[in-house]
Design a binder for this molecule. Structure first.
Ligand code: ARG
Length: 574
């Protein structure tokens, strides 16, 4: 049950019963779990629209309110309505929640949703910047799936275009020299650097590289074979990163730019038929009024370059067409760097004009900021190169290993290694997910690996503390009996928070903000810690012990499920 929705409906009903059904007023809720109650805070706005005094309207709503779940409803301040849910209602709801394997999250009417995320450029190794789209998009995929949607993960990797010219020319050159390509391609970054420095320094090589682009695009066999070898190697590298990062992408989710090659001339033809194509300096373009440059000159979306090649925009239009017409999506969510805002705005505008996107289909860019160093500068190595993601994962795990060793030196080495993997990877992903996705954020090892504050280690640790209660008492949580009783205020607050899991999940998908789930889990863990310190679990009356064990177990389940939706694992001890 979505508790917030339930209360909202009761208030709306009261408004209607009080004769204000035609009012456009909407009552909004703010959660005030620190008081153990909900507060309706839209009364003032509603009263203004209705021409009433806020406190009068609040009184009218309260008089008409039929809400057995509450044992007290009162007017507060200038016209807020405070709803105090009864302990009995909370206890009964928790008992139902316990029996629900889906933890109160009701399935939504299933929609088909494409999630376009990660999408690295295969010419190079994945770097730290890819952590954002990859973690945030993956969390969105998991949450939407949990809500019952049919999620299509789309990894729109960059595997086409001019940059492959030098790579292929360089491969061919090494091959002719008898160098084993397989081992050369183990370090893609080095390979890319070597090829591009040749491109810059050697005009003969540069000419050959350009030639390779044309050969690749015209389907030359030798070229295709080299390209395929390179792409395979690069995809292996990406998949290894995904596996280590616990990202739910597989090879089957790759829908590369090149996959749309055959559709490109078709798209161009369809756009021409619609009269949308204009020529500019030999390039085939779409000009839309809403896109102009700084000086007011029209800013084109280029569909075909003057040399006949198709740019990034073209394969993206073809991808929209495929997602819309073939996959028949209800929504397509693009988790792409904020710097591509203009590109995606143009893309969607062109696709709408061409009727590739139908009115009921929600195609959306979900932008995010960049990762900064502590000094506020973009995250690069000292010589200005990108920081490899694989190296970031190594460092996270090794730092987590030291941390675990200092905290719990008695654990044996393999155990510490397992914990370090889960904690290290959890820490870097959670650091991403817990920030508002729109803002830039500073990548800081010490903060993200701290056991205090809104971090993955803190949540993972809270989970292990609950599990250790059961371990110490020799109790198997799945055999727990009895019912949940709410007597202490701290139990009330914890119980209410547990009931808010469902509404939190719904809130996350309103604007795909995973940080709302992070905040929720952080608050939940905090409330649990408070409860744990103040309310003895094992040393209470048998009935109370049983109830507190149930509350503890439910907390552990929601922490674990919540983290899992963020793509973060838990361990039993640390
Ligand atoms: N490969 C692109 C890049 O590295 C990102 C692709 C995002 N998705 C899309 N459909 N354009 O910048």
């Amino acid at each position: 049950m979505n508790l917030k929705l339930f209360l909202d409906q009761a208030i709306q009903q009261a408004l209607a019963d009080a004769g204000a059904s035609n009012s456009p007023a909407v009552i909004k809720y703010s959660q005030r779990p620190e008081f153990g109650h909900y507060q309706a805070n839209g009364v003032m706005g509603a009263a203004k629209i209705l021409g009433q005094k806020p406190r009068d309207l609040a009184a009218t709503i309260i008089a008409a309110l039929d809400l057995p779940a509450a044992d007290k409803v009162e007017i507060a301040g200038p016209g807020f309505i405070n709803i105090h849910l009864s302990a009995e209602f909370i206890a009964n709801s928790l008992t139902k929640l316990r029996a629900d394997t889906h933890l109160g999250v009701e399935p939504r009417p299933a929609e088909t949703i494409v999630i376009d995320y990660s999408a690295p450029n295969l010419a190079k190794e994945m770097h730290i910047g890819h952590l954002r789209s990859t973690s945030i998009g993956d969390a969105a995929a998991r949450v939407l799936e949990y809500q019952g949607h049919r999620v299509v993960r789309a990894n729109h990797v960059g595997d086409w275009g001019a940059q492959f010219g030098s790579l292929l020319a360089y491969m061919d050159q090494l091959d002719a020299q008898g160098v084993a390509l397989g081992s050369e391609l183990k370090d893609l970054e080095k390979f890319y650097m070597a090829a591009s420095s040749l491109f810059k320094s050697d005009p003969v090589f540069a000419a050959r590289a350009r030639e390779y682009v044309v050969r690749l695009q015209s389907g030359d066999e030798r070229c295709r074979a080299l390209w395929q070898q390179f792409i395979n190697e690069s995809i292996n590298h990406c998949q290894a990163v995904y596996d280590r990062l616990n990202i739910s992408l597989s090879r089957a989710d790759i829908m590369a730019e090149s996959a749309y090659n055959d559709a490109l001339p078709v798209v161009l033809e369809e756009l021409s038929q619609l009269g949308m194509i204009a020529e500019s300096d030999g390039a085939k373009c779409v000009f839309l009024d809403e896109f102009t440059g700084k000086d007011g000159t029209p800013f084109p979306a280029i569909v075909q370059k003057s040399d006949g090649g198709y740019p990034y925009m073209a394969s993206d239009i073809a991808a929209v067409r495929y997602r819309s017409q073939t996959l028949q999506v209800n929504r397509a969510l693009y988790f792409v760097d904020a710097r591509q805002r203009l590109h995606l705005a143009q893309l969607f505008a062109v696709a709408r004009k061409a009727n590739y996107i139908q009115p009921g289909q929600d195609f959306r860019h979900l932008p995010f900021g960049v990762i900064l160093k502590e000094d506020g500068k973009p995250f690069k190595t000292r010589d200005g190169a990108d920081v490899k993601l694989a190296g970031v994962i190594d460092e996270a795990i090794s730092r987590a290993y030291d941390l675990v060793t200092s905290k719990n030196p008695e654990l044996d080495i393999t155990q510490r290694e397992d914990i370090a993997r889960v904690v290290g990877v959890g820490a870097i992903k959670y650091a991403e997910l817990s920030k508002n996705r729109l803002t830039d954020y500073v990548f800081d090892w010490d903060t993200m690996l701290s056991f205090e504050g809104n971090t993955a280690p803190y949540l993972q640790y809270a989970y292990t503390r609950i599990r250790s209660v059961f371990r110490r008492a020799g109790i198997d949580a799945s055999t727990l009996q009895g019912e949940i009783l709410i007597s202490e205020p701290l139990e009330m607050q914890l119980g209410l928070k547990l009931l808010q899991f469902s509404e939190t999940i719904d809130a996350v998908t309103e604007d795909y903000q995973a940080n709302l789930l992070c905040n929720y889990l952080y608050e939940l863990a905090g409330l649990f810690m408070g409860f744990y310190e103040a309310c003895p679990i094992l040393k209470a009356e048998p009935q109370i012990t049983a109830s507190r064990l149930l509350l503890a177990d439910l907390t552990a389940r929601i922490l674990q499920q919540g983290l899992q939706l963020l793509g973060i694992d838990t361990v039993e001890q640390m």
